[in-house]
Design a protein around this ligand. Structure first.
Ligand SMILES: Nc1nc2c(c(=O)[nH]1)N[C@H]1C(S)=C(S)[C@@H](COP(=O)(O)O)O[C@H]1N2
Ligand SMILES: [Mo]
Length: 348
């Protein structure tokens, strides 16, 4: 995968990432012992083509289209001078967990075979998209906002772009220029990207160059073919533990993990250390932000050597609990079933 690695700029050491073609998946064990946010050096990268290097001095963000009264253009300095907001939010690829359609449900789905590491939570800072849209004089007849990326066109589909309904665009979307207190790194969208809380990662367009405001529903490959029909993502849970980790009998472990849902707050997390025979409630700790995730832990002293299966299942505020089997999806999105995480217990 040498050639693919050149499409991402930041270092991708093996202990932090699993290479997935042109993409890089965070290893969950790399989050163990870390705070609430995913450090930028281990945040997953999902690129349709490759990371472009954009010059902030010549960069412009244009807002135009029939849905605005006065098309406007802002440069980087103007964006940085506007009223800013910070937002702690997850970005998650809709294909997160796709691999488990094959490994757990014997019904593999095509596409990048992500485990659970196509998610990260960062502190984003930037300007509310609503503020920019108002500067452009968004009108009552505006229907969709179509942001497009400055990365190379994807196959013969043109620039990556994904229509967003106006009500979501005006509600809580950020045009972010900072990630975890630093300017956005190249791989995550420098100089500016959208952050669309709760929605499939594809909505959070990177390397923003152009925002068109339309007065009718728009069709692009990114809402008709890829990521079709996806908005909010369902609940998922992951252990901050290596796949096939080795544990030792008689040692008291604290198993850490996190749960999240695009539909809202996580209200309960249960863990099984015996492959789903028995479950107990996990303790919650630390912050719990609705657009991000809930950290939790359980204590476990393994007694019996041999293979074990750890499972965690979350319930979100809509009352939905992660199922044991995810509904089939032809493109492998929305894998929300409880993931069976294998560990090896050896004699202490
Ligand atoms: N311009 C552009 N924006 C994009 C993409 C892309 O390839 N090009 N990938 C999207 C997808 S599918 C996801 S999941 C997120 C990933 O964000 P990250 O690479 O910062 O983790 O960016 C989205 N924004
Ligand atoms: Mo994605």
């Amino acid at each position: 995968m040498k050639q693919a690695a050149t499409t991402i700029v930041k270092p991708l050491p093996d202990h932090l990432f699993t290479s997935r073609g042109a993409n890089a998946e965070m290893r969950w064990e790399a989050m163990a012992g870390f705070g609430y946010h995913t450090p930028t050096d281990r945040f997953f990268v999902r690129n349709h083509t490759s990371t472009p290097l954009i010059d902030a001095f010549t960069w412009r963000l244009r807002l135009h289209g029939p849905g605005v009264r006065c098309p406007v253009e802002f440069d980087y300095a103007q964006l940085l001078a506007m009223p800013s907001r910070t937002l702690d939010a997850a970005i998650e690829c809709a294909g997160n967990g796709r691999r488990f359609y094959g490994t757990q449900q014997h019904d593999p789905a095509p596409g990048t075979q992500w485990g659970l590491g196509a998610i990260g939570v960062a502190r984003w800072r930037g300007v509310r998209l609503a503020y920019l849209l108002k500067q452009a004089g968004i009108g009552p007849d505006a229907v969709e906002v179509v942001p497009s990326g400055l990365d190379a066109p994807f196959e013969d589909h043109g620039h990556v772009r994904r229509p967003l309904p106006v009500d979501k665009a005006m509600r809580d979307v950020l045009v972010a220029y900072e990630m975890n207190g630093r300017p956005l790194p190249a791989d995550h969208g420098f100089p500016a990207r959208l952050v669309v809380p709760g929605w499939a990662g594809i909505a959070s367009i990177k390397w923003l160059g152009d925002i068109e405001v339309t007065t009718r529903h728009v069709l692009t490959p990114w809402n008709t073919v890829f990521y079709r029909g996806l908005t909010v993502l369902p609940a998922k849970s992951a252990f901050e533990l290596a796949w096939d980790a080795t544990l030792v009998t008689g040692r008291p472990y604290v198993l850490h993990g996190r749960s999240w849902s695009g539909r809202g707050r996580i209200v309960r997390v249960e863990v099984s250390v015996d492959g789903g025979l028995t479950w107990r409630k996990a303790e919650h700790h630390g912050r719990h932000l609705v657009s991000a995730w809930l950290p939790w832990h359980v204590q476990w002293t393994p007694r019996r050597p041999g293979p074990h299966v750890l499972m965690a299942r979350a319930t979100d505020e809509t009352g939905a609990t992660q199922p044991l089997i995810a509904a089939r999806h032809p493109l492998g999105y929305d894998f929300d079933a409880v993931v069976r995480h294998p560990v090896q217990v050896i004699k202490g």
